[in-house]
Write a protein that binds this ligand. Structure first.
Ligand code: MG
Ligand code: MG
Length: 260
């Protein structure tokens, strides 16, 4: 069942999602070679609690951490660890959730660690572009398949592949609501979008083949061919003419521009 949100509920969702954006911005200051992924997790948890919210992922299906941290060939749902130290040239996708006033925030960004090669930069850039192509279709009257096609088409036109086992989703009083929002599909197909729908659009894009597998830890999803993967996610409200992006990369990008 689809839970359409009122204008007031959308403002509460914006608050939760902006806090995710601010948390990612805080993390951007700390992402450098030598830091452990567990340290990043602790920074995020403290930051979220200091802002009057709860980590959205902690305890979700018994997930033990605040962040999903997925390095290089890890696609999503990587678990923070004291032993996982970031190295120059890595890419790390950080997926973060919050729960505030009964509503969830959910957003992800893939960061470069130190100096990263041109091929990886292009993967990240293309995945982020694909996210915005998808958001461009989050308009009332269009369909979920229009979002899916926009994401898939942009990535495949650039020679990348789309992970199919994991999808975007509705966001609200639950982290994962209907509808599912795949990153591949056909235009004009799937559920019709309407105002009041709030959805997370989250392309997971591979440099090599699209196939993935679940690590023995039961969480971490990895590419089968060990090639790198990128993940960007925004939570958006479907709009009459255009989507209203509730999460934000502004805080991250401010830090990355060095103007903080
Ligand atoms: Mg997420
Ligand atoms: Mg999500």
């Amino acid at each position: 069942m689809i839970f359409l949100k009122t204008a007031e509920e959308i403002e509460l969702l914006r608050e939760s999602n902006l806090l995710v954006g601010k948390t990612l911005g805080e993390l951007a200051k700390h992402i450098h070679p030598g830091i452990s992924t567990l340290k990043l997790d602790r920074i995020a948890e403290e930051f979220i609690r200091d802002h009057g919210a709860e980590p959205g992922f902690l305890g979700y299906n018994d997930f033990p951490n605040t962040l999903c941290v997925s390095v290089n060939d890890e696609v999503v749902h990587g678990m923070p660890s004291a032993d996982r130290i970031l190295k120059e040239g890595d890419v790390i996708s950080i997926d973060c959730g919050t729960l505030k006033n009964g509503f969830y925030g959910d957003s992800a960004y893939t960061f470069e660690v130190g100096e990263v090669g041109a091929e990886l930069k292009k993967l990240l850039e293309t995945t982020k572009e694909a996210l915005y192509k998808g958001i461009g279709k989050a308009v009332a009257g269009l369909r979920v398949g229009d979002i899916a096609y926009a994401v898939q088409n942009h990535c495949e036109a650039n020679g990348y592949t789309v992970v199919r086992e994991l999808v975007g989703h509705g966001v609200g009083r639950k982290m994962h609501e209907e509808p599912q929002v795949p990153n591949y599909g056909k235009r004009g197909q799937g559920m019709k979008l309407q105002e009041g729908m709030v959805i997370a659009i989250e392309p997971m894009i591979n440099m090599g083949k699209r196939h993935v597998y679940w690590d023995k830890d039961g969480w971490t999803v990895r590419t089968r061919d060990k090639m790198p993967s990128a993940h960007f996610e925004h939570t958006v409200a479907v709009g009459k003419r255009e989507a209203d992006i509730l999460s934000s990369f502004e805080y991250v990008e401010e830090v990355l521009r060095g103007t903080n």
